[in-house]
Ligand binder design. Structure first.
Ligand code: NDP
Length: 244
């Protein structure tokens, strides 16, 4: 029996990177998935490459109407919304001396406000169904803080508070809300990093290597599925032992 047979899911920022790997694994496990992303053509193209039922939909997670439309698209097309993964992300890394208010606000907007919008509106649908699982993609940067990431670390730490508060609010409705904190994962976001910064980070990882998007996806699958039926408000680190 596949872990998400008959279930439906929305993955934001699902056109590439970690979100795409999550969507791919969900489809392999039997779910029908909607990939929400800024670029509609990319989302649709990515969905077509998945080995099962998947659709692409344009959504900017910082725009409330678009988040609602994305979630409604899933219920209209597939009949329910069982899983939401708040994954969309951006970075605007700079030391505070050089970081503008816009750099700060845009990162907090996408990660924290975007995840709040998703959690709020997905919960409204899931409460009617009497079940649902929401997984927020935080970061180990939200636990340990990184130089040049006062915006990103603040947003990712905020997602932990959001996860725990929401988990308590909606547990009695059959909705679980959890988060993961990946460390250094090999994606376009991290490949843009200067070589010396990459090497320095590797030195801090007890397992001695970066993680792969599929290694994040498998933990998200666990939280999304009934294997985690008694897990809510949890924050799981996926870091190869970094920043313990
Ligand atoms: P990518 O940059 O590869 O993918 C992020 C996706 O999110 C892109 O498709 C991007 O679209 C989309 N996106 C950006 N802004 C929005 C928005 N406003 N609305 C909808 N979609 C948007 O990133 P990763 O796969 O590396 O990261 C995925 C998540 O994992 C992020 O939340 C990130 O912070 C987190 N994470 C990543 C780690 C890593 O090492 N890679 C470590 C820890 C956490 P577009 O391409 O058009 O910009």
């Amino acid at each position: 029996m596949s872990l998400l047979e008959g279930r439906t899911a929305v993955v934001t920022g699902g056109a590439r990177g970690i979100g795409y790997e999550i969507a791919r694994l969900f489809v392999e496990e039997g779910a029908a998935v909607v990939l929400g992303d800024l670029d509609e053509a990319e989302a649709v193209a990515a969905a077509k490459t998945l080995p099962g039922t998947a659709l692409g939909f344009r959504c900017d997670v910082t725009v409330e109407d678009e988040v609602q439309s994305l979630l409604e698209y899933c219920t209209e097309e597939f009949g329910s919304l069982d899983v939401l993964v708040n994954n969309a992300g951006i970075t605007r890394d700079k030391t505070m001396r050089n970081m503008s208010s816009d750099d700060f606000r845009s990162v907090v907007d996408v990660h924290l406000y975007g995840a709040w919008l998703g959690t709020k509106h997905a919960s409204a649908i899931m409460r009617e169904q009497g079940r649902g699982s929401i997984v927020n993609i935080s970061s180990i940067s939200g636990k340990s803080g990184n130089v040049g990431q006062t915006n990103y670390s603040a947003a990712k730490a905020g997602m932990v508070g959001l996860t725990k508060a929401a988990a308590k609010e909606v547990a009695h409705l059959g909705i679980r809300v959890n988060a993961v904190q990946p460390g250094l994962i090999r994606t376009a976001m991290t490949e843009a990093m200067p070589q010396h910064a990459w090497a320095a980070k590797l030195g801090d990882i007890p397992m001695g290597r970066a993680g792969e998007p599929a290694e994040v996806a498998s933990v998200v699958l666990f939280l999304a599925s009934d294997l985690a039926s008694y897990v809510t408000g949890a924050v799981i680190e996926i870091t190869g032992g970094r920043n313990l």
